[in-house]
Ligand binder design. Structure first.
Ligand SMILES: [Zn+2]
Ligand SMILES: [Zn+2]
Length: 326
């Protein structure tokens, strides 16, 4: 196999050749067809997340086909599966027992603690891999596996909000906006100042308003979802939501939130984060996506161009999602 490997945090990925791994009990070996690039990959590569166990292969939005299976796995060769961020849970801690496996004390994550999909082959625990709806090509399906799943979980956390703000209009937002419009919500898209391309993209996807995050639409929002990893947007979003409104922080990492007056939280407004995903989120969202139908906008890169794809994401110069092809 070939893989783009993070050897040292903060350094570019390096192409390596390795022998194909053997699937252990419960595992499948997948021939990778596509792997989308997530902002969390940047947080892994930059060391924003703690204890990155280098060397590691990033990538947790993987679409591949089964080529070999380990003991106890009854899945036919050639079956197409998607592998998301949640790679393992213990099943025993209080969170697992309460149905909150996304918060598992002993969880392990794909492309962080488990080698991921920036590669031509990957091992996955079959219990954490999901059939992909036939409506999607490999490349179109890849962004559903994190941008879609975490985006969907964030949207559920926003409750029944009719007027929904979305801050940061990248891969997750472009999927959530389509689901929200399908659910007859009004989407208000906030982008970086001057990013008119992202604002036009949001309007094309059905937003009723798009503008820089320094501006406010004429109306009060019922909820806001933050995908941009910028802490200063938390008070901005609190000012934009009505009394009782919810601000959902959808990212795994965010710069510090500046101090803000209690008055903008007052009125029973809530701030909450979304952490990881459960397998139930995956099943629900992969069933919903073709009904909307969610159409993903992707820009594909050859695997050996992973560093340029990451840089394009870092600079905010992507429309929709970047996807690597082996
Ligand atoms: Zn657990
Ligand atoms: Zn992700």
């Amino acid at each position: 196999m070939r893989a783009m490997v993070l050897r040292r945090v903060g350094e570019p990925l390096v192409m390596e050749r390795r022998p194909d791994p053997e699937p252990g009990p419960g595992q499948v070996l997948l021939d990778v067809a596509a792997c989308a690039v997530c902002r969390t990959d940047l947080h892994v590569c930059d060391g924003d997340l703690p204890d990155v166990p280098v060397p590691v292969i990033p990538g947790h939005e993987i679409v591949g086909r089964v080529v070999a299976t380990g003991a106890g796995v009854n899945i036919a060769a050639g079956t197409r599966l998607g592998v998301p961020w949640l790679g393992h849970t213990c099943g025993q801690c209080r969170y697992c027992r309460d149905g909150n496996e996304n918060l598992c004390d002993n969880a392990r994550f794909t492309g962080y603690q488990i080698d991921g999909g920036y590669a031509t082959a990957v091992l996955a625990d079959h219990r954490y891999a999901f059939p992909i709806p036939d409506e999607y090509s490999d490349i179109e399906a890849a962004p559903l596996l994190c941008a879609g799943l975490i985006g969907y979980r964030s949207l559920v956390m926003a409750g029944d909000a009719r007027r929904l703000g979305i801050y940061g209009f990248g891969a997750a937002a472009h999927i959530v906006a389509q689901v929200a419009v399908h659910q007859a919500r009004e989407v208000y898209a906030f982008t970086r100042a001057g990013d008119e391309a992202a604002q036009r993209f949001a309007m094309r996807l059905g937003a009723v308003w798009a503008g820089p995050s320094t501006e406010w639409p004429e109306v009060e929002l019922d909820a806001a979802i933050l995908f941009a990893p910028v802490g200063a947007l938390v008070p901005a979003a609190l000012r934009a939501v009505r009394k009782g409104g919810i601000v959902v922080c959808g990212g795994i990492h965010m710069s510090d939130i500046p101090a803000f007056p209690y008055e903008i939280l007052w009125g029973e407004r809530q701030v909450r984060s979304v952490a990881n995903l459960t397998r139930r989120d995956a099943v629900e969202f992969l069933e919903l996506a073709p009904q909307v139908p969610v159409r993903t906008h992707v820009e594909s890169f050859p695997l050996d161009q992973a560093n340029s794809a990451l840089n394009r994401l870092r600079e905010g110069r992507l429309e929709g999602a970047a996807v690597l092809r082996p």
